[in-house]
Write a protein that binds this ligand. Structure first.
Ligand SMILES: C[S@@+](CC[C@H](N)C(=O)[O-])C[C@H]1O[C@@H](n2cnc3c(N)ncnc32)[C@H](O)[C@@H]1O
Length: 178
């Protein structure tokens, strides 16, 4: 075996190991918390419209994944902030925002929702699990101003002030107000 073949083999093995590590990283995090599932732009637009989004509004996505909702909010003329615990997704979200030239209109923070301060926003978006929503409610009440709209995809908040719910494809969008 030539030195070149050997080097290429080692490189290919390295890439394979890296891919495997990424897959294991996502699998482990999916088992221990809400898995990452991306909300598509059309669904995001329906969610924001139902929450009475206006250009200039600040949209906060709690558990923002790869930043899709934040980026769509900025594309619609708003500002976006995302909080996400998985660092790889935060890096990817920042890269996507940089690619789109969104500058400081899209911000992403790495951290746990229960250990990170919740910034003020006109609209807060959640696509989490019911038990996470339930734990999150007191924090939202404490951190957000009256009138803030909270939009949740699929899962309800047990005691937030409910405004309306609407079916969208195979999902249900729930809107609440603080
Ligand atoms: C179903 S995905 C939704 C992603 C994004 N909001 C969207 O709709 O495209 C839920 C995300 O919340 C993140 N997440 C779950 N629990 C979290 C926590 N305690 N702190 C921060 N992020 C969390 C997960 O890592 C995952 O990326």
């Amino acid at each position: 075996m030539s030195l070149l073949t050997f080097t290429l083999l080692i490189l290919a093995l390295g890439v394979l190991m890296l891919l495997l590590a990424v897959v294991v990283y996502f699998l482990v995090s999916a088992i221990t918390t809400v898995p990452w599932v991306r909300t598509k732009p059309k669904m995001t637009r329906s969610m924001l419209q139902l929450a009475r989004f206006s250009p200039g509004d600040r949209v906060l996505d709690l558990g923002c994944g790869d930043g899709s909702i934040v980026l769509e909010a900025v594309a619609m003329g708003g500002e976006g902030i995302g909080v996400e615990r998985l660092v790889l997704l935060v890096w990817y979200a920042r890269f996507r925002a940089w690619q789109k030239g969104f500058g400081s209109r899209a911000k992403f923070y790495q951290g746990d929702l229960f250990a990170t301060p919740i910034p003020k926003a006109e609209i807060v978006v959640c696509y989490l699990f019911p038990e996470v929503n339930e734990r999150l409610e007191p924090r939202l009440r404490e951190a957000l101003s009256p009138g803030t709209r909270v939009v949740s995809r699929d899962f309800e908040f047990p005691t937030l002030r409910w405004v309306e719910s609407q079916s969208c494809k195979r999902s249900v969008i729930h809107v609440y107000e603080i």
